[in-house]
Design a protein around this ligand. Sequence first.
Ligand code: AMP
Length: 277
Amino acid sequence: MIVRTVADLRRHVRGWRADGASIGVVPTMGALHDGHLSLARAARRDCDRVITTIFVNPKQFNNPADLLKYPRSEDADAALLATVPVDLIFAPATDEVYPEGFKTTVSVAGVSEPLEGRMRPGHFDGVATVVTKLFGMTMADRGYFGQKDWQQLQVVLRLVRDLNLPVEIIGCETIREADGLAMSSRNLRLTQAGRGKAAVLYRAITAAADDIRAGQSDRMAIREAAETIRAAGFDRVEYIELRDAQTLMPSDDPASPRRMLAAAWLDGVRLIDNIPV
Ligand code: AMP
């Protein structure tokens, strides 16, 4: 069932809550793949009712061309979600989410600022604002997010703690193609040649993480990974960083959980990935 308005969504949710059903929400921007479906399946296992939202959120696109190019495939998405299955798809129009007069921004300081936050100004304000709204609209007990977008997951965790939102956040593992490339809607924009090289990003950061665990210096391992990625034919390595897994601040303490995060351009497509170290 596809629902377009907040009023309709609320009608369904109120009925479910009156029956004592638990509700899980899986926020997405559509163009669904197995990564998204793994979140929906996790929600299906944990919750009595599952909502998937499909909303290409203009506020989280710092680049207007990227918003215009963003793939949209609602019928195919609905067919994929029917295989899970989910109970409801919430796919509102932009002005249903941001009606005339909308003026509020949710902004998470600290964890939003480095890496993706620095490269994509305003991106995490857009994410935090829409996620807060989706939690309010769906009244979900649990929200499912992918580790693929590690920094986003940390922003959402911080947001929920700071605002006492009554929702539990579940971070789900990154689903990868057979060669290791993290699934992403943006992979569809790669040329065939680009697709052949794309998994080098994951392989290079995995090798760097292995080297660091084996005692190599963080800087040396990261420099080698960047060289490998460039040598494979990527246009540009935007960043490869080893950070505290929660705060995303620089961390040279191997005893605390750390995450290696990377962004690189291939075929004019921006790919991101991250792994534990
Ligand atoms: P998006 O539609 O790209 O905004 O993604 C919606 C949700 O799916 C986010 O929580 C993403 O982190 C998650 N997601 C996207 N790709 C993957 C993947 N390959 N594995 C796991 N989760 C993913």
